[in-house]
Structures are given as C-alpha cells and as structure tokens.
Design a protein around this ligand. Structure first.
Ligand SMILES: C[S@@+](CC[C@H](N)C(=O)[O-])C[C@H]1O[C@@H](n2cnc3c(N)ncnc32)[C@H](O)[C@@H]1O
Length: 260
C-alpha cells in the first residue's frame, strides 16, 4: 500500500471515525485512487463487508487490486464517474469519497447518483480540502500568495474540472439537493516541521511543477523556497490546510429526483 506521512494518516483516521460502520454490509469509495482509504476501512470494519473502489485511473486501480488481492472482500474497477455510478439502486450502506469531487463537472448529477445507490438511511461521507485554506508562513507574502494561489487553481490534465473552494462548497452541494440530512465536520492538518514526511513539505515541492507548466518563473519558485527554508531554519515554519467532511444520511426515496 502507498506510504503516507503520519500527519496525513491522522487526518484520514479522523475521517474514518465519522463512518457508521455498524451493520455496514457494502461500502463504495468513489475516486478511490490507489485504494488507501478503502484498504484501511477494511481493517476497521467486520469480515463480512464488501468494499468497492472505483476510479478513472487504470494505474491506480491496478495498484489497489494488487495490494488487496488476498482479501476477497475487495473489488476495484476503472470507472469514469462523469457518466454516473454503474450499480443497482440501494446497493451500498456507505458512499465514501476523499478529495475527488472537484475533478468532475456535473457534481449535482453525481449527488443524485449517490442517493440512488445508497440503501434507505445509508450514509454519505465526502471529504475535501479547501485548497484556498492552505497557509504557509514566510516573509515574502506577495510571492507566497502568488505561488500558492496558482497551485490551488491549477487544473491538471487528469481533471475535468478544479475548484480551490471545493471544501467550503461541500455543504451547499449536498444540502441543496434535498436528498440528504447532514453536517459538516472539519480537520485542520498542521505542520511545524519542514521535512519530507510532512504533508506541507510535499505540497511545497509539488509547486515546483508550476515552472515546467509555464505558470511561474524559476526565479520566483527559488525565492519562495529559500524564504520558507530560512524561516524553517529559525524554527518559525508553519503550514496548515483544512479538510471539510460532509456526513449525511439519505432521507427520502423519490423516483423522480433520481432521473438524471
Ligand atoms: C486527489 S486524488 C484522491 C484519491 C483518493 N481518494 C485519496 O484520497 O487518496 C483524485 C482521484 O480522482 C480520480 N478521478 C478524477 N476524475 C475522475 C473521474 N472522472 N472518474 C473517476 N475518477 C476520477 C483520479 O484518478 C484520482 O485518483
């Protein structure tokens, strides 16, 4: 299974603590990537739970299959979620997702699909960073703001859409559907160490790719990195990002609303 830093693992464990795993016979993870979340949920949940992961990336799905091949509870498949969910109605007790929703354009149709495949009183747990909540301390505010915002708004090739405000929009997307009753939970991931196992360090390194894509100058990134490193050497490094988690229950069964 992919290796994650302890800060990232702690955040994910918080998200799993919001799942109602009592009597969950089937769990779906949409945009499951390499399958870490489902793999870990499978360690917490009982032996009779079916764990289904879908993602558009065949490379990610191959990894997920290989990492869980000895456990028959798991099934992973390649699915493009922009064309709905390939499951019968009322198949799952929980539909879970982590940092996926911003990638697709028609979010409202997907919410209807989640409602369709959930059993009565089923639970939806959708986690998403609000990328614009990403904070980095430094002295060159203008350069930090520019690079972080450029990164947050970067629609990468594998994304049909991107939205740096996805975290703050989760509530509205689910609430306006009228199909769920729920709440928003938050988790602030905080780093004070500038080291490779920390989430913030990895994102700051990722931002270097903006040079290759012609979105920032090499000299700007070098200035940005040097500023952060100097602060870190003085013990003043600080990074944080907020994860928003919508946790809701399917509240009604309405055939008309389920027509896409
Ligand atoms: C940021 S990753 C999150 C992966 C995983 N949920 C996690 O938290 O580690 C977003 C995932 O969404 C998937 N994705 C993007 N667009 C998709 C689509 N149209 N259909 C299915 N999956 C998609 C990507 O392949 C990627 O694995």
């Amino acid at each position: 299974m992919i290796k994650l830093g302890s800060d990232n693992i702690r955040m994910r464990e918080y998200i799993y603590s919001l799942l109602d795993l009592s009597n969950a016979k089937a769990i779906l993870d949409i945009g499951c990537g390499y399958g870490y979340d489902l793999w870990r949920i499978g360690q917490i949940v009982g032996d009779n739970t079916r764990l289904v992961g879908i993602d558009v990336s065949s490379k990610a799905i191959e990894h997920a299959i290989s990492d869980t091949k000895d456990d028959s509870r798991y099934s992973f498949s390649v699915v493009d979620l922009s064309s709905g969910l390939p499951f019968e109605r009322e198949t799952f007790d929980i539909v879970f997702s982590n940092n996926f929703l911003e990638c697709i354009t028609d979010k409202d149709s997907l919410v209807k699909e989640i409602h369709r495949v959930l059993r009565q009183n089923g639970q939806v747990v959708f986690a998403h960073f609000d990328w614009d909540s990403q904070l980095i301390n430094g002295s060159d505010k203008t350069t930090i703001q520019k690079i972080v915002q450029t990164f947050n708004n970067w629609k990468q090739d594998w994304m049909a859409d991107c939205d740096a405000w996805m975290g703050r929009r989760l509530w509205g997307i689910f609430n306006r559907s009228g199909l769920f009753k729920g709440n928003i939970y938050t988790y602030v991931l905080t780093n004070t160490e500038f080291t490779p196992e920390c989430y913030g360090y990895c994102r700051i390194k990722d931002m270097e790719a903006l040079i290759r894509h012609g979105m920032i100058q090499k000299e700007e990134y070098e200035r940005f990195y040097k500023d952060i490193k100097e602060l870190a050497d003085k013990g003043e490094y600080f990074y944080s990002i907020t994860m928003y988690i919508y946790v809701g229950r399917k509240v009604r069964f309405d055939k008309e609303r389920e027509t896409l």
